[in-house]
Design a protein around this ligand. Structure first.
Ligand code: LLP
Length: 441
């Protein structure tokens, strides 16, 4: 089992520095998160538990900020990656804004202290109620995804007596390589954004409506992108539209939002080279004089989280070895849903040689696994295992399937840790159910 060390690439050198793991082995060989042994967190908070390293989030934020420093810009952290209040507090203290895609995320952002003007409101299907909530909060802008949404927002804004600031999310229709088809969004024929050919007509419609003000252009390519060139192609297409609008005399544009999508390292993939990213993208942005907005999610939090789980049982069946742990697809859907790879490490010092195992959860589905055909040193019932790089799209995609209460979340800062989200209880599972329902005809 490869050792995980801060800043080290355990498989060979590319992008070192962006590999900072949330958990590393101490001198005693035990996995720890900063100054806190993971064993201590499991003892205090139980398992399964997500552990986040505040330092990793700040480190990523500062790297990205530095790369974009030569143009006016703001990072709008994407809540969907991890909307835990404790993570939002870390991000807010750094000075970030947020990107939300639902009334629920807007509520969380407001609870965490973000002002309306810190919020970019995106999403392919915003309901009237969500649009109203965004207007009431005074969001920086709505990224509008269709002519229909534009008309609805215009009508609601006029009814409320305000003018809604909008960006147009254009589908740049560039071809992409992403880890999985489900996380590509900026190719032709996807549900997201305004089709490229309709961009100018929809912009003209926006300019003709009294309830909206066109202040931005927006795109989002996809997620877990490890190549930079699609950003250049996509930004070039947005700049093309900016130019056409400028030639039409439009002078209200202020923001160029290029979405999220920067990849992180889970296994052997290369981390995006931020300097190259800046060299390829910023000159195009500079030409427009607009403020650059980015909506990073995974890049800030992906490598910052660890899922701590305990071995319940081991089994040899059909020529395979299974390690059954107390976390599964209900805590981390990514392996099952996208075939995603997450490193698996025993918390104790890895001693004896590894054998090949499947690490699986307790959920009644054959698709409930965390890692397949993976080398792992021998483990016994009760041993702790860490699943790495679960800070993005981990807890937020958790479910209660099999009536499993959602796990707790812990934040580590230096040599201190705190439970920041309590574990659900079995009472929580039935809390919303109505024992004596009000029958109607
Ligand atoms: N902006 C928009 C409009 C998005 O749709 C997304 C992600 C982001 C920003 C942030 O992307 P990021 O920087 O995190 O790549 N559940 C999947 C990922 C879905 C991403 C959806 N959109 C996974 O676990 O890989």
């Amino acid at each position: 089992v490869p050792e995980v060390r801060n800043g080290d690439d355990h498989r060979g050198g590319v992008g070192a520095g962006l590999l900072t793991a949330a958990a590393v082995r101490g001198a005693d060989g035990e996995l720890r998160c900063e100054g806190v042994p993971l064993r201590r967190i499991a003892a205090a908070a139980g398992t399964p538990v997500y552990v986040y390293n505040g330092h990793t989030i700040r480190d990523r934020y500062q790297r990205l900020q530095a790369a974009l420093a030569s143009v006016p810009h703001r990072l709008h952290y994407t809540l969907k990656a991890n909307s835990s209040a404790a993570v939002l507090r870390v991000v807010r203290q750094l000075g970030a804004g947020v990107d939300v895609v639902s009334g629920g995320e807007l509520h969380r952002a407001r609870c965490a202290g973000f002002a309306g003007s810190d919020v970019v409101f995106g999403g392919v299907g915003k309901t009237d109620d969500e649009l109203r909530a965004g207007l009431a909060a005074g969001v920086l802008l709505f990224n509008v995804e269709s002519a229909g949404e534009l008309r609805r927002l215009d009508a609601i804004a006029r009814e409320v007596g305000v003018r809604a600031p909008i960006g147009l999310r254009i589908n740049p229709e560039v071809s992409l390589e992403a880890a999985h088809a489900y996380i590509k969004t900026g190719e032709r024929g996807q549900k997201f954004g305004i089709p490229w050919d309709d961009a100018i007509p929809v912009a003209e419609l926006a300019l003709s409506l009294g309830g909206v003000e066109l202040v931005g252009l927006d795109m989002h390519l996809g997620s877990q992108l490890t190549r930079i060139d699609p950003y250049r192609a996509g930004v070039a297409r947005l700049v093309d539209i900016w130019r056409q609008l400028r030639d039409l005399g439009v002078d209200t544009l202020r923001y160029l939002d290029i979405g999220g999508g920067l990849g992180v390292r889970y296994d052997t993939e290369a981390s995006p080279d931020l300097d190259r990213f800046a060299d390829m993208v910023l000159p195009l942005v500079r030409e427009t004089g607009l403020t650059l907005l980015m909506e990073p999610g995974r890049f800030l939090v992906g490598n910052a989280g660890v899922l701590l789980t305990r071995v319940i049982d081991t089994k040899h069946s059909g020529g395979k070895d299974f390690v059954i742990v107390d976390a599964g697809m209900t805590e981390l859907l990514r392996p099952s849903h996208y075939g995603a790879y997450h490193r698996v490490e025993p918390v104790a010092p890895p001693g004896e040689p590894s054998t090949i195992v499947d690490v699986v959860g307790p959920v009644c589905e054959s698709g409930d696994f965390l890692a397949l055909d993976r080398p792992l040193p021998p483990v016994a019932d009760g041993d702790l295992i860490a699943i790495l790089d679960v800070g993005a799209y981990g807890y937020v995609m958790a479910s209660n399937y099999n009536s499993r209460p959602r796990a707790a979340e812990v934040l580590v800062e230096g040599d201190r840790f705190a439970v920041v989200t309590r574990r659900e209880t079995v009472e929580d599972l039935v809390r919303l159910e109505i024992p004596d329902p009000d029958w109607r005809t």
